[in-house]
Design a protein around this ligand. Structure first.
Ligand code: MG
Length: 384
């Protein structure tokens, strides 16, 4: 069960002005495409993003975890098909298709479309038309168009993966959007309440409006969508009797053990405190009081999982974790990669975002005398 997004960025449109297509133009301190990618990366359910680009523009976006690129075709429908092909065989069951020129899309709207796919093979956001509608002829009003039942369509449009893949395979020619393709294949499309700020950039004036929307969100403080935070953690456990130590989720054979209320995994504790620190949520002791018997001997992955849940619940994602273990013995180096893999699995991160390293204290101090192990950690979270 994997949810993916296809972002269509192969357009050459320069109608909004500027030498490059609009997705590469600057907007409120980043490129249009960066804002769009940021919103999808911040949506917790999106696991893979297929970015469809012109073949000669594939190098303009930095590689990243969960991001694959595909070369776009001549028409919008061709580009969607290229994105669907790139996702084929990856176990994708829900896919969202989004136009890169809607950079003000929010993780909340993305999530609403994904949720609607639980009950429907297709779902798309739209805003009911509220303005009066006229038909015009040569600069004069030629008639009134009733607006009842009319909607302004937006993206991302979401689909059951197999259903939209088959619909596109059967659809000849181009289409205005994927709802048109889905409906041509007989798929019913649910309407999700859209977001008036989720505008499609077409003209220079749209750039100004989008910049205002994005800057307002950045300015609006703690409730703002955009935020980067780094927390630090530090922990110490003393040696006692035993035949192994738990370090970052890995049991390392040793002639002593570490003492503590839980399994005394000093590395995992420092990392967990770094995550709580980034969120200003206190420390492990506040969430798992040592005075409570139920945490006696607890495996420390429980703490790390809790901290990760708190991160996600607040709309953040972890971009990086770095932990340093400080001891003379046991030797950590041979186990460091296993520790990274274990931490990454517990936290649901790519191992490339998790670092574990070790140092001695040159036989100085309590770690130097072999009385215990210390650990320090830093963790960075960001939203969206
Ligand atoms: Mg501890």
């Amino acid at each position: 069960m994997t949810t993916a997004a296809i972002i269509l960025a192969a357009g050459r449109g320069t109608r909004a002005g500027g030498a490059r297509a609009k997705q590469w133009q600057g907007l409120a301190g980043a490129r249009v495409i960066d804002w769009t990618l940021r919103a999808f990366r911040a949506a917790p359910a999106i696991e893979v993003i297929a970015l469809v680009l012109q073949p000669d523009e594939m190098g303009l976006v930095a590689p990243a975890d969960g991001l694959i690129t595909a070369a776009g075709g001549d028409t919008r429908a061709d580009s969607v098909r290229a994105g669907l092909e790139a996702l084929d065989g990856r176990g994708v069951d829900k896919v969202l298709v989004h136009d890169v020129a809607r950079p003000c899309v929010t993780p909340a709207l993305i999530t609403a479309v994904i949720d609607a796919l639980d009950d429907s093979a297709a779902a798309a956001p739209a805003v009911a038309v509220s303005d009066a509608l006229w038909r015009g002829d040569a600069g004069h009003v030629a008639g009134i168009q009733p607006r009842d039942g009319l909607w302004r369509a937006q993206t991302p449009q979401g689909f059951d993966f197999a259903a939209i893949r088959n619909a596109h395979a059967a659809h000849a020619g181009d289409a205005a959007d994927d709802v048109e393709v889905a409906r041509a294949a007989g798929i019913e499309v649910a309407i999700v309440p859209g977001d008036a700020d989720n505008l499609k950039i077409t003209t220079a004036a749209d750039f100004d409006r989008a910049a205002r929307i994005l800057r307002d969100r950045q300015r609006s403080g703690p409730s703002s969508d955009f935020d980067i935070r780094t927390g630090t953690g530090y922990d110490v456990h003393r040696f006692g009797p035993g035949d192994h130590v738990m370090l970052c989720g890995v049991a390392v054979p040793h002639d002593r053990g570490l003492q503590g209320h839980s399994d005394a995994d000093v590395g995992m504790h420092a990392i967990t405190d770094a995550l709580y620190g980034a969120l200003a949520l206190g420390d492990i002791g506040r969430h798992f009081p040592p005075s409570e018997a139920r945490w006696k001997g607890a495996e420390s992955h429980i703490f790390l999982r809790h901290a990760m849940d708190e991160v996600r619940a607040r709309g953040y994602r972890v971009t990086h974790i770095d932990c340093t273990l400080i001891c003379e013995r046991p030797k950590v180096g041979p186990h460091a990669d296993a520790m990274r893999e274990r931490l990454a699995a517990i936290a649901g991160l790519d191992a490339g975002r998790v670092s574990v390293k070790a140092t001695t204290s040159e036989r100085l101090g309590f770690t130097g005398r072999g009385e215990g192990i210390a650990a320090q950690a830093a963790a960075t979270v960001m939203r969206p």
